[in-house]
Design a protein around this ligand. Structure first.
Ligand SMILES: Nc1nc2c(ncn2[C@@H]2O[C@H](COP(=O)(O)OP(=O)(O)OP(=O)(O)O)[C@@H](O)[C@H]2O)c(=O)[nH]1
Ligand SMILES: [Mg+2]
Length: 280
């Protein structure tokens, strides 16, 4: 699903998320491990107020592993629970369950102290489009997990999914918009495929990727395309275009095709494991 984020849509998404937030004890925020800061929603922190949050860095199989570790450390240093996962790895999903259990325990302890019988803790998944929300929900809901049916929500009935004995998860994620304001953020999100391909010209996105790789991952350019550096980006497009057969009649380079090749190589990690942001 791709969403055009007009002001009306943003207001609606914000309203929906803040209503659902009233129903849960904590939030599982998904970000992309390749660009965790750019892929967080700019307004979530404000919406959460003092609701506990855990950060799940998705798609760690596509990101630079040592930088991903730095990010997890960074969040933990700031007092947040954080974990990096590959959604298709069962042990990774199990770790999310364990962490969620830990986060939910807090609420249980408070209820107990008030003499209220403990209940399953409740959580919801939140994130920007394409970050992996549906995938993680599906992985959490394997055959060991059962639907627990309707429970009254604030404005309408909500479906809850029981995740083992550990907690209950709202069956629909909260979808919030990505950051728009900063051009650099836009290029990072376009590179990893989180914002619509039509928003930025693909030649520009491909050029952004090449320039970034040359600066940070020159050895990957060498391994994939057989050159490490270039002075003029047109030479890089030309080189890759000829190597990969992105030519028009007359032997001219088809820039759109070369751009597609570069973007797809990056997004599929055929170029290698690349992260676009490091924690400060
Ligand atoms: N490599 C990799 N791909 C993943 C991972 N998690 C999700 N994906 C892929 O990312 C894409 C988007 O996943 P979805 O689960 O549809 O994302 P979503 O957040 O529900 O997206 P919207 O419904 O558009 O908001 C899919 O192609 C998934 O297969 C992961 O850990 N690693
Ligand atoms: Mg989805």
């Amino acid at each position: 699903m791709t969403i055009q984020w007009f002001p009306g849509h943003m207001a609606k998404a914000r309203r929906e998320v803040s209503e659902k937030l009233k129903l849960v004890d904590f939030v599982i925020e998904l970000v992309d491990a390749r660009a965790p800061e750019s892929s967080e929603n700019p307004m979530l922190q404000e919406l959460l107020q003092d609701k506990p949050k855990m950060v799940v860095l998705m798609k760690k199989d596509l990101a630079d592993p040592s930088i991903t570790n730095d990010w997890v450390q960074h969040y933990q240093n700031k007092g947040m629970e954080a974990i990096a996962i590959e959604a298709n790895r069962k042990p990774d999903v199990q770790k999310v369950v364990q962490l969620a259990k830990k986060l939910g325990q807090d609420k249980q302890d408070k209820l107990k102290a008030k003499g209220i019988r403990p209940r399953a803790s409740r959580a919801m998944i939140i994130g920007i489009p394409n970050v992996g929300k549906s995938t993680l929900i599906n992985r959490l809901v394997n055959k060991k997990m059962a639907q627990v049916g309707d429970k009254p929500g604030v404005t309408k009935k909500q479906q809850w999914i029981k995740v083992k004995k550990e907690f209950e998860l709202l069956d629909t994620p909260g979808i919030l918009w990505p950051k728009f304001e900063d051009e650099e953020v836009g290029y990072r999100l376009a590179s990893i495929g989180t914002i619509k391909d039509q928003i930025l010209p693909k030649e520009d996105v491909a050029a952004y990727i090449l320039n970034y790789l040359q600066a940070e991952y020159a050895h990957l350019l060498e391994e994939r395309y057989g050159f490490e550096g270039y002075e003029d980006i047109m030479d890089a497009f030309d080189h890759i275009g000829r190597k990969r057969g992105c030519l028009e009649s007359g032997g001219k380079i088809n820039f759109e095709k070369v751009s597609d090749v570069i973007i797809q190589d990056l997004r599929s990690a055929k170029i290698g494991l690349v992260s676009f942001e490091k924690p400060e």
